[in-house]
Design a protein around this ligand. Structure first.
Ligand code: ZN
Length: 283
């Protein structure tokens, strides 16, 4: 399997979920081996390479900071689209501190990449092969990577609301599968949590335009859900985005019960901390 980039630059704009302010994202082709890099045009072109060890905070999303202290926020839905479409090398230029939240899913990013066109490169892709089981826990929540063929993920969520409840999904990363089964699943949250965050000056851009909003046992969005299990599909989308920070496709089995951005990042750090737990191989 060869590495891939995009054919030509392409842009989209939208508000950030944290700031509520508009930002434009422009994607550009990148050379083999360069991976995904974010460029803050409003910060003198500061570069923030997408990697698990650059994750600085995981409040409301996955945020990264470079050595000079320049950050980029809410990278996971964009990274999931790149990983889901097999885009290894890409530059993501931004004129603000966070990626647009758009409709709260990865679908607009998938469309952006498809409009830019996927291009094969003259370099073999490497995969991160899991050699030993690593696991991280936070109470009843856990995330685990273990050896296995292909990249298979199993995710479980359990929320004390009748509209969500207990949902599970099993997914294998194969060409076309992400766009078909995962990309469109929107983020979700409870109205009371959004109100509490808003009062603290957080999540200023959050609305029913970019999230499924739940109040007790009811969904407030007029159009309802796109699928009964849209919630666990979005959790899977977040896992795919967070694990894209490994720096290449994973060869192994991921299992997560009520995982979040913090747990997923701890999992990759745990993996990278043990040189015997992984190997980079032709993917
Ligand atoms: Zn998400």
């Amino acid at each position: 399997m060869q590495q891939h980039t995009i054919q030509k630059p392409q842009s989209l704009s939208g508000i950030g979920v944290h700031s509520g302010k508009p930002a434009t994202l422009t994607v550009r082709p990148a050379a083999p081996g360069e991976g995904v890099t974010f460029v803050r045009k409003d910060q003198g072109g500061a570069v923030i390479p997408a990697h698990a060890l650059r994750v600085s905070t995981t409040m409301l999303g996955t945020n990264m900071t470079n050595d000079a202290g320049v950050s980029v926020a809410t990278v996971e839905h964009f990274l999931a689209a790149c990983a889901g479409l097999g885009v290894d090398n890409i530059v993501a230029e931004l004129d603000g501190p966070e990626l647009p939240i758009l409709d709260g899913s990865s679908k607009p990013f998938v469309e952006l990449l498809e409009q830019a066109g996927i291009a094969e490169q003259q370099a073999p892709r490497r995969a991160l092969k899991v050699l030993k089981t690593v696991e991280v826990r936070d109470g009843v929540k856990f995330a685990r990577l273990s050896p296995g063929r292909g990249f298979v993920m199993r995710v479980l969520i359990d929320f004390p609301s009748k509209v969500i409840g207990r949902q599970t999904i099993a997914f294998e990363m194969k060409p076309g599968a992400f766009a078909r089964d995962v990309a469109w699943a929107r983020t979700f949250g409870f109205k009371k949590d959004a109100e509490a965050m808003y009062a603290q000056g957080k999540a200023l851009g959050a609305s029913m335009e970019n999230a499924i909003v739940i109040e007790d046992d009811a969904i407030l969005n007029e159009g309802g859900l796109q699928a009964d299990d849209e919630f666990v599909r979005h959790k899977l989308l977040d896992v795919i985005g967070d694990l894209a920070l490994a720096g290449g496709p994973i060869e192994g089995l991921y299992e997560g019960e009520q995982p979040g951005h913090a747990l997923n990042n701890r999992l990759l750090r745990e993996l990278f901390a043990d040189a015997a737990a992984f190997a980079w191989e032709a993917g």
